[in-house]
Write a protein that binds this ligand. Structure first.
Ligand SMILES: NC(=O)c1ccc[n+]([C@@H]2O[C@H](COP(=O)([O-])OP(=O)(O)OC[C@H]3O[C@@H](n4cnc5c(N)ncnc54)[C@H](OP(=O)(O)O)[C@@H]3O)[C@@H](O)[C@H]2O)c1
Length: 285
């Protein structure tokens, strides 16, 4: 029997590169898209260079790859077209196939306003930043085109092998000899990239649609998380200062921690808490 085909957007990304390898190991023939960075060179993973905001190329790719599963992780903080418009176009192109694929979209915890925290799938989103608004628009466009799609909302994603992009600013500051702040009054439920990738492969394998929150079991503040992650990756945590979001000029959601009890109750994959994974990196410096 032919292996199932997965079209994976963002195959060169922080999540996508791990997912491409895991999905290939799970037996998928993976078509992994990229734009400016390479995708992992692995058996079962075929790189496809494409600008996903070129909608005619996107539609042609969907037709040519004829996937049974689509996982859409590509996004950009600086290009709204890839977040909202592209997601709707991709879902519509999939819906137009004679046999529409199972579709999974990775959204974000930042669709919430951050006033309360520990949000479950039943809570009403209300983004207060532009990125969250674009991701919520994309969720709605995907669900309108493909009502059985899965929408996965990860919290902050991290890895013990490399610094995530959301901490890139830390390295830049260190190189420039500057310290930087981690906010002690902002809360999230960080999720290890391996756990998130495994959850996505499980959802695809079982064709489980609907909304899924994907946070680790621990709600932690960004100061705790950032300093522990720096130590885990071998950087001096002393490069970071303890800061306050409330005292900063930017308007940021304070507590977008997630309740992921639905995933814990229904899936085999466990989303480990940050304290379990990073707790052993307590200490000074
Ligand atoms: N990282 C987090 O902490 C976090 C938290 C919550 C939710 N999420 C969600 O999780 C998903 C994955 O995030 P990530 O951190 O893995 O992302 P990432 O590392 O920034 O990767 C983004 C991917 O999108 C691709 N891309 C961007 N613009 C493109 C375009 N115009 N055409 C084609 N490809 C394009 C990039 O390709 P190239 O690199 O090849 O240019 C890359 O593969 C996203 O949907 C994000 O919203 C992430």
């Amino acid at each position: 029997m032919e292996p199932a085909r997965m079209l994976l957007t963002g195959g060169s990304g922080f999540l996508g590169s791990v997912l491409a390898v895991l999905a290939a190991a799970a037996g998928y023939r993976v078509w992994a898209t990229h734009l400016s960075n390479p995708v992992p060179d692995r058996r079962g993973v075929t790189p496809v260079k494409i600008n996903l905001t070129d909608y005619s190329a996107l539609t042609a790719l969907v037709r040519e790859s004829a996937p049974s599963v689509v996982v859409h992780t590509a996004y950009s903080m600086s290009d709204s077209a890839i977040n909202a418009g592209c997601s709707g176009e991709l879902a519509a192109a999939c819906a137009a196939l004679a046999r529409p694929p199972f579709f999974l979209y990775t959204s974000t915890d930042l669709v919430f306003d951050g006033r309360r925290g520990m949000y479950s799938e039943r809570d009403e989103p209300g983004p207060v930043i532009e990125y969250g608004r674009q991701k919520l628009a994309a969720e709605r466009a995907v669900s309108a085109a493909l009502p059985s799609a899965a929408i996965v909302r990860p919290s902050l994603i991290y890895d013990l092998r490399r610094l995530p992009l959301h901490l890139d600013f830390a390295l830049k500051a260190q190189r420039g000899g500057r310290t930087f702040e981690f906010f002690a009054d902002e809360f999230r439920s960080p999720v290890h990239v391996d756990d998130l990738a495994a959850m996505i492969v499980e959802l695809c394998g079982r064709r489980l649609g609907g909304l899924w929150h994907a946070g680790g079991t621990d709600r932690v503040d960004r100061w705790w998380f950032g300093t522990h992650l720096l130590r885990a990756l071998g950087y001096p945590a002393s490069m970071a200062r303890r800061g306050s979001s409330a005292a900063s000029a930017s308007r940021r959601p304070a507590d977008c921690s997630l309740c992921s009890a639905k995933a814990a109750g229904q899936l085999d994959t466990a989303l480990r808490g940050a304290v379990e994974v990073l707790g052993k990196f307590d200490g000074e410096g």
